[in-house]
Design a protein around this ligand. Structure first.
Ligand code: ARG
Length: 456
C-alpha cells in the first residue's frame, strides 16, 4: 500500500509485531459498512462517478459475503482488516477500488469501525443486563416472604427477605445499565472524514456519513476524532463496575451454596462435580464470574496505560486497544449470560434460611425498638437493656425468644409479654415498612414497579 517509498518489504518480525488482522478481522462488518457509507458520500459530492461507486459497493458486498461464509483468505502481510478488505476489493473490481480511500485514512477508519463495534456491544450488553434484572425480579417476587439473615461484617445483623436482597442487585444493575447508555451517548459521534489527523481538502459531507452510520453527528475536531479512545475506556469502566456487582453476587452464591450455609442450591446445569469426591456440587460458574472480573479491570487499566503518554494524534500504540477490549467485552457478556442462567435455575432453601435468620440474636434491634415504642425508653437506654437481655440469653444458651417473661422483668420491669411478638423473624421483617425497607409488602410493590419499568 506504500510500496512507492520503500525498496524492501518488512522483516518477518516487523510483520509479526505490526499485524493486527489476527484480532481486528472481527471488525469486518463495521469496516465494510463504513466504506459503503464513505463511497456513497463521495459519489453524492461528485468525487466518485456513479459507476465507480456502484462497483465499489457491489465489490464490498461480495467481500462481506466471502468473510461471512469463511471463504475469505486473510493475509498477515496486509496487516489489518482495512487493508485486507481493500486489497480483495481491488482483486474483484480493479481500478475503482483505488479511489475508495480518497479523503480518508486508516486513522479515521479504525476509529469509526471500533466505535460502531463498541456501540453494538453496548446495545447487546444493555439488553443482557435487563434480562438478568428480569430474572432477579422474578426471584424477588417468588421469595418476597422468604426470611434470611441480613449481614453486616458477615455477622448476623437483622433479618431481611431474600426478595429484598435480589432487588438490591436489580437496583445496582440499573445503574450499570445507565452507565453503559451514558457511554453510548458520548460514543455516538462519527470520526469518519477526519482523515489522517487534519481533515481533508476534498469537499466531503461528514454529516451524511455520520447519519448513514447511525451516529448523532460528526466529531467536531479531526485531531480528537483520530486520537482518543475514551469511548472504549468509558465502556470498560462501566463494564468493570457492573462486573464488580456480578462478582459480589457470585461470592454470595459460593457462600450460600456451601453445605455449611445451605441457603440455595444451584441446578445441575450450573454445577460441576469432582473427579474424586462424589458428594461435590461445585459452583464453578460463580467462581469464574468472580475471576473474570480481573480481566475486565485488566483491560481497563491496560488501555489507560497505553493511552496516557501518547501525544496527539494517532500512534500505533493505539492498535493495542482492541485485543484487550474484545476479550473483556466477550467475557463480560459471557458472565452476564452465566449469571442469568444460574439465578434463573436457583432453588432457595426457605426453611434453612428462616432458621438461620433467627440465629445470632438477629431481632435484638426489634427488642430495643419495642422498648422505645411501648415503654418510651430513650433508644440509647433501650440498646443497653437489650444488650443485657442478649447476654442473659447467651449465658442460657438460647435465643432472645427463649427467655421467660420473668427473665425479662429481672432485666427491666417495663418489659411485658407483648415483647414476644417482635422477637420472631417474620414479624421483624414485616415491620420494616419504611420506604426502601425489607418488608414483604414493600418487596412485592417494588417487584411490580420493576416489572413495569423493565417491560416499558
Ligand atoms: N491497524 C491499525 C489500528 O488498529 C489501523 C490504523 C493504522 N494507522 C496507521 N497510521 N498506521 O490502529
Amino acid at each position: 500500500m506504500w510500496g512507492g517509498r520503500f525498496a524492501s518489504g518488512p522483516d518477518a518480525i516487523m510483520e509479526e509485531i505490526n499485524a493486527s488482522i489476527g484480532f481486528d478481522k472481527r471488525l469486518y462488518k463495521q469496516d465494510i459498512a463504513g466504506s459503503i457509507a464513505h463511497a456513497t458520500m463521495l459519489e453524492t459530492v461528485g468525487i466518485l462517478t456513479r459507476d465507480d461507486r456502484d462497483a465499489i459497493v457491489a465489490g464490498l458486498e461480495t467481500v462481506r459475503g466471502e468473510i461471512d461464509k469463511g471463504t475469505f483468505t486473510f493475509s498477515r502481510a496486509l496487516e489489518d482488516i482495512h487493508m485486507n478488505v481493500e486489497s480483495r476489493l481491488r482483486e474483484l473490481i480493479g481500478e475503482p477500488a483505488g479511489r475508495l480511500h480518497t479523503a480518508r485514512s486508516r486513522n479515521d477508519q479504525v476509529a469509526t469501525d471500533f466505535r460502531l463495534y463498541v456501540r453494538d456491544c453496548i446495545d447487546m450488553l444493555v439488553a443482557q443486563i435487563a434480562t438478568l434484572q428480569g430474572v432477579l425480579v422474578d426471584k424477588a417476587e417468588a421469595e418476597a416472604d422468604t426470611v434470611m439473615p441480613g449481614f453486616t461484617h458477615l455477622q448476623s445483623a437483622q433479618p431481611v427477605t431474600f426478595g429484598h436482597h435480589m432487588l438490591a442487585y436489580v437496583e445496582m444493575l440499573e445503574r450499570d445499565r445507565g452507565r453503559m447508555l451514558d457511554a453510548r451517548r458520548r460514543l455516538n459521534e462519527s470520526p469518519l472524514g477526519a482523515a489522517a489527523l487534519a481533515g481533508t481538502s476534498f469537499p466531503i459531507d461528514r454529516a451524511m456519513t455520520a447519519e448513514t452510520l447511525g451516529f448523532d453527528r460528526p466529531m467536531a475536531n479531526s485531531l480528537d476524532a483520530v486520537s482518543d479512545r475514551d469511548f472504549i475506556l468509558e465502556t470498560l469502566a462501566a463494564a468493570s463496575i457492573c462486573a464488580m456487582h456480578l462478582s459480589r453476587l457470585s461470592e454470595e452464591l459460593v457462600v450460600w451454596s456451601s453445605a455449611q450455609f445451605n441457603f440455595v442450591r444451584l441446578s445441575d446445569k450450573f454445577s460441576t462435580g469432582s473427579s474424586i469426591m462424589p458428594q461435590k456440587r461445585n459452583p464453578d460458574a460463580a467462581e469464574l464470574i468472580r475471576a473474570k472480573v480481573a480481566r475486565i479491570y485488566g483491560a481497563f487499566s491496560s488501555l489507560l496505560m497505553v493511552m496516557k503518554g501518547l501525544p496527539l494524534a494517532y500512534s500505533k500504540d493505539m492498535q493495542e486497544d482492541k485485543e484487550v477490549a474484545f476479550d473483556a467485552l466477550d467475557n463480560f457478556s459471557l458472565s452476564l449470560a452465566a449469571m442469568t442462567g444460574m439465578m434463573d435455575d436457583l432453588t432457595v432453601n426457605r426453611d434453612r434460611m428462616a432458621a438461620a435468620a433467627g440465629a445470632g440474636f438477629s431481632t435484638a434491634t426489634d427488642l430495643a425498638d419495642w422498648l422505645v415504642r411501648a415503654a418510651n425508653v430513650p433508644f440509647r437506654d433501650a440498646h443497653h437493656i437489650t444488650g443485657r437481655a442478649v447476654a442473659a440469653a447467651e449465658a442460657r444458651g438460647c435465643g432472645l425468644e427463649g427467655l421467660t417473661i420473668e427473665d425479662f422483668k429481672a432485666i427491666d420491669e417495663r418489659i411485658t409479654s407483648q415483647v414476644f411478638k417482635v422477637l420472631g423473624v417474620d414479624n421483624s421483617v414485616k415491620s420494616r415498612t419504611s420506604f426502601g425497607g425489607t418488608a414483604p409488602a414493600n418487596v412485592r410493590e417494588q417487584a411490580r414497579l420493576w416489572r413495569e419499568r423493565l417491560t416499558a
